[in-house]
Design a protein around this ligand. Sequence first.
Ligand code: TYD
Length: 201
Amino acid sequence: MFITFEGLDFCGKSTQVQLLEKYLIDKGENVIVIREPGGTAISEKIRDILLDKNNSEMRFETEALLFAASRSQLVNEKIIPALSKNYFVLSDRFHDSSIAYQAYGRGLSLNFVTDLQKFAIKEAIPLVTFFIDIPIDEVVRRMSKVKKVELDRIESSRVDFYERVRSGYLEIASKEKRIKIINGMLSIEDLHQLIKSEIEK
Ligand code: TYD
């Protein structure tokens, strides 16, 4: 079963990925967890280029292609082999991030970014995707607790960018049944219960 987690930065998805991983392992399931961008040696190198704040001249087109390149490597090297061995694959972000951030957020063509995802992920389409939704002022509040030097290139974006990314996610979720919108303002435990009950279903 392939499960992905999506949301704005600081929405708490990484915590939920870890909790679900523990829950599944305790049940005796085989699980692999990956994070995007990254997850393979090559993809981690691409991640460093993508998130490096010194790369301020990076074009949005380059950004979209690098995310897709990293994802393609991950799909072929890790995700498809794990799914064929009946593992649970949990991914902290996947192709919906590119549609929300690069198409809706950056303003690149939605058709182009969508086709690029099809090329990169092939048949590795998530069965269920949790979009952990938090309002923008909550992103700003949580971000203000992090030192500015610790923010990566994309996290250093402006508030209106995050507004567009959030509307993008809501738009994709309205079209795709696999995407479950969950309220990221709930407690960590309540979110975990909700996610568990969806998986059990
Ligand atoms: P993030 O999940 O924030 O990594 P970490 O939790 O380790 O900080 O992802 C890094 C950034 O990359 C984040 O701001 C979202 C962005 N991103 C895209 O713009 N497009 C994509 O396709 C992906 C996977 C991430």
